[in-house]
Design a protein around this ligand. Structure first.
Ligand code: ADP
Ligand code: MG
Length: 554
């Protein structure tokens, strides 16, 4: 009974531990998935931007080559309107280029889409110009970001093309590429506030970034891990804890643009990537907490209920014990009171009566003493205080010997049937108490039958091979409440006609000789009382009669 609520609680706790483990695994897996999805997405985005950057640079480069060819064909005078028209026409096709201009060999601007706002400055000192003038082999170049000398034009990256032959330097065509164009394009491509798209020059200088921060353009970012990785891995991704362009932990993907000195960079904030996951994990944690509390509540309730049931059972058992003791004391007091009454009357008669009355009184007193001895005998047997002498005996032979005594107690309308199994091992039995026990059981069966019917005395070997006797009747049987208490001394349902000591004697006797007593009875199903004895495991010398129905009346 005590283990009842513990077992389900144990399995509940096991299920709970398993559920927690599964949820933890799922949550960790979901985090890993979210991170790797973000890395894949950043890589894909970097690839798109890389291709766009390559195509953009390519088309600018082709345009400059075409302009250089056109210049060579016509060799137009400075600020020739028709040639400027050609430049402007070409500029229209290149939204990421702010201006196209031609610098003469002296470093002065000869043709310009900004004309007439062309600044009257010499560009002979610009690195990109000097590089072409001093390096005949350099046909095409891309600069790092520079601040324009045209007022208000801001940052640009120059893409330049040499004009003229190897021997004869005739100047360069310049396309001023505009970081703002890239920044607004990246701004449209970004998924969220925390995503950073940036374009670097191969030497670590920032060309454009979104979200835009003008003060970052032209700054060197060679300290970023991607610039130390580029040599071995032109394409890659990594996670960084801190110290990136934007603060916090980030997931970074980068790609060099093949054929061009650009590096594309895309990075996501780890916090933003895991925001959705965090919400689910929090939900799971709340659900698991709720489940835990619920489980704890259920287990606590079960344990409380079990404790209560135990307390109630103990209370009931205590009450039953007290009632049994009351019945026992009451029974003894009542029976001895009766006997003392009889003896008292007898003494009175002995004192005062005549000779006849005195003889009768002596007889009454003697019978009362005998009944008192009989009662104490039974009580002592129940209390297992009566010295017994169990000896190996053949159960079947004992029953045959006890038959006349038993028959005496029955009426003519009751048939007594002996069903004796042969070959039983010897039983350890005290013979006189055994006869008394059988008599008590047969009398009970007689009372249950109401004086008419059949009583079977059956011997058998139980599953363990022990010799057993069953006393069976087809009487009304006992309700459970009676069956439970039937062996209590003085428990009787027969009123003044009963002593309540019959089964008590059988019980005490069986216990004292190391046997077992079992009452199998239900209302309407008759009663079978089984006595199983300790055996000496020796086979009896004389084989008993087989099943012999016998009636005492015949
Ligand atoms: P008593 O026979 O004096 O009542 P017992 O101790 O022999 O006392 O039996 C106790 C009670 O058990 C009986 O009063 C009866 O209610 C019940 N009982 C015993 N044997 C049987 C039986 N064979 N069939 C039905 N009830 C029985
Ligand atoms: Mg009885």
């Amino acid at each position: 009974m005590r283990r009842g609520p513990i077992r389900p609680a144990f399995w509940l706790v096991c299920a709970w531990v398993a559920a927690i483990a599964v949820v933890v695994v799922l949550v960790l897996d979901a985090e890993r998935n979210a991170l790797s999805r973000a890395e894949r997405s950043a890589t894909a985005m970097a690839q798109v931007i890389e291709e766009h950057t390559a195509r953009t640079s390519q088309s600018v480069s082709l345009t400059l080559a075409a302009i250089a060819d056109a210049w060579r064909l016509s060799r137009p005078a400075a600020h020739d309107a028709a040639f400027r028209g050609l430049l402007r026409e070409r500029l229209q096709d290149l939204p990421y280029v702010r201006a196209i201009f031609v610098i003469g060999p002296d470093g002065r601007i000869a043709h310009d889409t900004d004309y007439p706002n062309t600044p009257a400055v010499s560009l002979a000192d610009r690195d990109y110009f000097r590089a072409h003038r001093e390096e005949p082999a350099l046909k095409r170049a891309i600069s790092t970001p520079m601040l324009s000398r045209t007022p208000g034009a801001g940052w640009f990256v120059s893409l330049t093309q040499r004009i003229g032959s190897d021997e004869h330097f005739e100047g360069i065509v310049v396309a001023a590429m505009h970081p703002g164009y890239f920044e607004s394009l990246y701004g449209r491509m970004r998924h969220g506030q925390d995503e950073l798209i940036a374009l670097f020059h191969r030497n670590g200088t920032l060309v454009a970034r979104s979200p835009a921060l003008p003060s970052d353009i032209g700054r060197s970012f060679t300290h970023l891990p991607l610039f130390s990785r580029l040599e071995s891995d032109p394409v890659g991704s990594y996670a960084v804890e801190h110290g990136h362009i934007l603060p916090g932990r980030r997931i970074v993907a980068y790609r060099t643009v093949p054929g061009w000195p650009f590096v594309v960079h895309v990075s996501y904030s780890r916090d933003a990537v895991l925001a959705g996951w965090r919400r689910s994990a929090l939900g799971a944690a709340i659900a698991m907490t709720a489940l835990t509390l619920l489980l704890a509540g259920v287990i606590a309730r079960d344990m409380r209920a079990a404790r209560k049931r135990r307390a109630q059972r103990e209370q009931r058992e205590q009450a039953e014990r007290m009632e049994a003791m009351g019945a026992l004391t009451g029974g003894i007091a009542h029976d001895f009171g009766n006997l003392l009454g009889v003896i008292g009357n007898s003494l009175h008669l002995l004192e005062a009566g005549g000779a006849d009355a005195r003889a009768q009184a002596l007889g009454m007193a003697r019978r009362a003493v005998l009944r008192g001895r009989e009662m104490t005998d039974r009580l002592l047997t129940f209390a297992r205080r009566k010295p017994l002498e169990p000896r190996p005996a053949d159960l079947n032979a004992l029953l045959a010997d006890a038959h006349p005594l038993i028959a005496q107690a029955l009426t003519a309308q009751i048939e007594l049937v002996l069903q004796l199994a042969p070959g039983l091992p010897l039983a350890l039995i005290d013979v006189s108490q055994f006869e008394m026990a059988v008599l008590n059981l047969v009398v009970n069966a007689r009372d249950a039958l109401g004086g008419r019917g059949r009583i079977v005395l059956r011997t058998y070997a139980d599953a363990g091979g022990a010799p057993c006797l069953a006393v069976e009747d087809q009487g009304p049987g006992m309700p459970e409440a009676v069956r439970r208490r039937a062996m209590e001394p003085f428990f009787t349902t027969k009123g003044a006609a009963g002593t309540g000591l019959g089964l008590a004697q059988v019980y005490g006797f069986m216990h004292q000789i190391g046997g077992a007593l079992r009452i199998d009875s239900k209302p309407g199903a008759g009663t079978r009382v089984h006595l199983c004895f300790a055996s000496t495991s020796a086979v009896p010398p004389r084989t008993p009669a087989t099943s012999t129905p016998r009636s005492p009346s015949r």
